[in-house]
Design a binder for this molecule. Structure first.
Ligand SMILES: [Zn+2]
Length: 469
């Protein structure tokens, strides 16, 4: 029996207004190349960096949320290497005293320990075209958090789940969009395979995976590859690999620098500064409710465990649900059902995000309340949902169109008699005990009342008229 041992390195792009060490806008998205630059992030001689207080605060939020130890001083180091998209020839990063050390994230039963998380600056971008390389330095100097786990993950699914949890956490904390599709969350993985109970095998690093799906696929491929090598009695070679989306395979990249190659030394332009205790306390108090706390609260409100988990770790849904719950119009589980099934289904169908619609928590809560009070049927409620996405109010729609439930027993009794007369064969089947045939009769009544008849009442009237029950 073989098992995989996996560790992750996650980069999160922080959503500060300005870059990590200068006043340029931090979000390069969509700007013309090289317009968000200044002497500091261009690395011009004599230009001096200033640490972005907001970036430090965002890093602290994540460190506090994960239960990491915070140092007493903020210390930056230079990591020296030459890349054309790194004009200073070094990256300002952190080394032996990172912003957070230790801490953990729980994935069900599995505890994933955090080794460290530190603040650093991003490099620019090289665009290779037709034998030339063009540089865009808009991204150079943007603030990043690098988070490194201990090798506590065991399967590709766990790795994907961990990344989703970190994404949800970063979004809940408001520190990063954490969107892999925009390059605002990237991951490298370390993976080795061993026989159960044996010491760690040789690890292989896979760099620059830009979607959770790629992380999972790259790991699946790499674990298979290493397992086959071990089965043949050979040894895995230490390597840095890249993952090719098209073939779904990993292949070796440049040989990676050793730590000594980076010649880390304390950043002389940014002397260490204390992290004041009162400030740290203020950041701690300012933390929002964290996803795992939300999950517990939802469960305590009677929402099913699985639903509570999905909602708590989908920040856009959680925000919406929290506002709807505030109103106390509809039951928590009913709101959860509607959000996870009907609303999510409709959004998925139309390729929309919740924020891109005009659906409000108030409108959804009112719709669910109408249904829960028995004033409209579930069919009518579902039919109104698309209009709610366009900003309509459910109560107004129900009034305007007369969609209230038909619960007039006399009128429905007459309708039931008519349907029995028009469908004698189905009626006879029901009399003979074929309960399924009742659905056809029921369907007729629902059609004739445009879905507005109370289904339980119609069912009872049929049972009485046909002498079954
Ligand atoms: Zn700048």
């Amino acid at each position: 029996m073989f098992e995989a041992v996996i560790g992750l390195e996650v980069h999160l792009h922080l959503k500060t207004r300005t870059k990590a060490f200068c006043g340029c806008p931090a979000d390069p998205f969509g700007a013309p190349p090289n317009t968000h630059t200044c002497p500091v992030c261009l690395g011009l001689p004599g230009a001096l960096p200033v640490a972005n207080r907001k970036a430090v605060e965002y890093g602290l939020r994540l460190a506090l949320a994960l239960g990491s130890r915070i140092p007493e001083r903020l210390v930056f180091h230079r990591k020296n290497y030459f890349y054309p998209d790194l004009p200073k020839n070094y990256q300002i990063s952190q080394y032996d005293l990172p912003l957070g050390q230790g801490g953990a994230l729980l994935l069900g039963e599995r505890m994933v320990r955090i080794k460290r998380l530190h603040l650093e600056e991003d490099a620019g971008k090289s665009l290779h075209l037709e034998g030339r390389t063009l540089l865009d330095l808009n991204r150079a100097g943007s603030p990043l958090i690098e988070l490194v786990t201990e090798p506590d993950l065991r399967t590709p699914e766990e790795a994907r789940l961990f990344l989703q949890r970190i994404q949800a956490l970063a979004q809940t904390l408001g520190i990063s969009e954490a969107s892999p599709e925009e390059g605002k969350m990237r991951a490298d993985v370390n993976v080795s395979v061993r026989r159960l109970g044996e010491p760690l095998g040789t690890k292989v690093e896979i760099k620059n995976l830009n979607s959770f799906k790629s992380v999972q696929r790259a790991l699946e491929y790499e674990i298979r590859r290493q397992t086959e090598i071990l089965r043949r009695g050979e040894r895995v070679k230490q390597a840095t690999m890249a993952f090719e989306e098209g073939s779904g395979k990993t292949y070796p990249m440049r040989t990676k620098e050793e730590e000594a190659d980076y010649r880390y030394f304390p950043e002389p332009d940014l002397p260490p500064v204390p992290i004041p205790q009162p400030w740290l306390e203020e950041v701690r108090r300012g933390l929002p409710e964290l996803p795992w706390e939300k999950e517990k609260r939802y469960q305590a409100l009677g929402i099913k465990a699985k639903d509570a988990e999905v909602l708590a770790y989908t920040p856009s849904l959680a925000r919406f649900l929290d506002e709807a719950l505030e109103l106390s119009l509809a039951s928590p589980q009913a709101l959860a059902n509607w959000l996870l099934a009907d609303v999510a289904g409709l959004l998925n169908e139309r390729g929309l995000s919740l924020e891109a619609t005009r659906l409000t928590p108030l409108a959804l809560a009112r719709l669910v309340a109408l249904f829960e009070r028995g004033e409209i049927t579930s069919r009518v409620a579902k039919g109104l949902l698309p209009e709610l996405l366009e900003g309509r109010d459910p109560e107004a729609l129900v009034r305007e169109r007369g969609l209230e439930v038909v619960a007039d027993e006399e009128a429905l009794r007459t309708l039931v008699a008519e349907v029995i007369a028009s469908m004698p064969e189905a009626a006879e089947s029901v009399r003979q005990g074929k309960a399924k045939a009742l659905d056809a009769l029921l369907g007729q009544v629902m059609r004739r009342t445009r879905g507005q008849a109370r289904p339980d009442l119609v069912r009872r009237l049929f049972q009485e008229a046909l002498g079954v029950g």
